[in-house]
Design a protein around this ligand. Structure first.
Ligand SMILES: Cc1cc2nc3c(=O)[nH]c(=O)nc-3n(C[C@H](O)[C@H](O)[C@H](O)COP(=O)(O)OP(=O)(O)OC[C@H]3O[C@@H](n4cnc5c(N)ncnc54)[C@H](O)[C@@H]3O)c2cc1C
Length: 381
């Protein structure tokens, strides 16, 4: 049984189907959504295109999709409760993902927009549709906030607000120069060392008491793993993720964890990122191992490929980095071209069992468009 229909859940299903082969074993994916949402593309002008019908992936590989939401996981009894129905499992993969943390108690919080979910991105698109020269305040200058701000820059005046004194703090200093010059080029105003303390009708109030005109305030600060993780472990990491071993097993017997809910070791110094780049191989290994464990087959190690980052910077192109110090390998138009190819590459194969299962068998990321092969050593940082 797999909980979640995001990248990790879908690839767990494919990994499980790969390990199952011709054997008679039921694989069920439980998720309320009808589509896999390609969250990394939700900053695009037409977010409704960033989705893939789950049935086109699950159907061909013989995985049942149960449209429901899980409220309880009882690892002692090996049952979950989905839409008030109790269902037993032999092996479980938790892949319920993450959500944006919205501020508690912020006056006017109900007026905030986000691009965290398909519904959120569509709401923002609709809200701004047809408006000329709109003013937008984006809160959070990390991965998501930078893509949101630079994508919206063509629409009018964008102000980027962050508590940190530097732009792109979570990305470190590696790509900062490229990001700064992109923001400069796009005319995006930066208000650093501040945050939004209230959202009014058509305005945002900042912690330095200044007031900004805002047709929309887009919140993009902070992600946290699904609360279901609390039912698996009492030792969650600061992102709310379950610690797992290199086979992606959690402590309760028969439970594997993948994607944004898993604090899996990447190397001696790092755990994986809450990123599709890691959710995909985590899913492939967790699903495979859940079935292999049940059938008494050897488990697969989680051996992720080199860590890379690619940011879309709208009209200023993109920036592509590699390594945990995020050394810039390409920027401007070259960076944008790589991002475009990544956004195509994350689209899973559909309607074709052989192609889906073959992809499930390839765990390390492939970057055919960049000279970074599996053998390319990334110097330790
Ligand atoms: C705007 C944006 C840009 C991003 N850009 C990048 C990028 O450039 N590169 C990158 O690598 N990553 C990027 N990410 C992060 C990436 O999208 C996530 O890391 C990835 O989606 C995680 O996949 P997941 O399957 O673990 O979780 P999710 O995508 O969160 O999917 C979780 C699934 O679980 C289901 N679920 C949740 N709760 C329950 C429940 N109780 N019962 C049943 N099902 C449940 C959900 O409906 C969903 O189907 C971006 C994210 C956003 C929002």
């Amino acid at each position: 049984m797999i909980i979640g229909g995001g990248f990790a859940g879908v690839w767990s299903a494919a990994g499980a189907a790969l390990a199952r082969g011709e054997r008679n074993l039921r694989i069920t994916l439980i998720a309320p959504n009808e589509h896999l949402v390609l969250r990394p593309r939700l900053y695009e002008p037409e977010p409704d295109l960033a989705k893939v019908e789950l049935e086109r992936i699950c159907g061909p590989i013989g995985v049942e999709h149960l449209r429901a939401s899980v409220s309880t996981i009882d690892t002692a009894r090996c049952v979950v409760v989905a839409d008030e129905r109790e269902i037993g499992y032999d092996r479980l993969v938790l892949a319920a993902g993450s959500r944006l943390v919205t501020p508690q108690g912020l006056p006017g919080a109900e007026r905030l927009f986000d691009i965290d979910t398909l519904g959120g991105a569509l709401r923002l698109t609709e809200h701004l549709r047809g408006r000329k020269n709109c003013s937008v305040v984006v809160v959070g200058a990390g991965f998501v906030g930078l893509e949101a701000a630079t994508a919206l820059a063509g629409r009018g005046q964008v102000v980027l607000v962050d508590r940190s004194e530097v732009i792109g703090a979570p990305l470190g200093p590696g790509p900062r120069e490229q990001i700064e010059s992109a923001l400069e080029m796009l005319g995006i105003e930066r208000r650093l060392g501040t945050t939004v303390t209230a959202v009014g009708d058509g305005c945002a109030v900042l912690s330095d008491a200044s007031r900004l005109e805002a047709d929309a305030v887009v919140w993009s600060a902070g992600m946290r793993a699904s609360k279901l993780t609390r039912q698996i472990s009492s030792r969650l990491d600061p992102l709310g993720r379950v610690p797992v071993d290199r086979w992606l097993r959690a402590v309760p017997p028969g439970v594997f964890v993948a994607g944004d809910t898993a604090a899996a070791p990447f190397d001696a110094e790092h755990t994986v990122m809450q990123a599709c780049q890691h959710a995909t191989p985590l899913g492939k290994v967790a699903g495979y191992n859940a079935v292999a464990d049940l059938l008494g087959l050897p488990l697969r190690d989680f051996t992720p490929g080199p860590y890379v980052t690619c940011l879309d910077l709208g009209g200023a192109g993109g920036v592509f980095t590699r390594g945990w110090d995020r050394r810039v390998m390409a920027s401007g138009a070259d960076g944008a071209a790589i991002k475009k190819r990544i956004n195509q590459a994350i689209h899973p194969p559909v309607d074709d069992a052989r192609a889906i299962l073959a992809a499930a068998d390839r765990v390390r990321i492939e970057l055919p468009f960049f000279p970074l092969t599996e053998d390319t050593a990334i110097p330790a940082t």
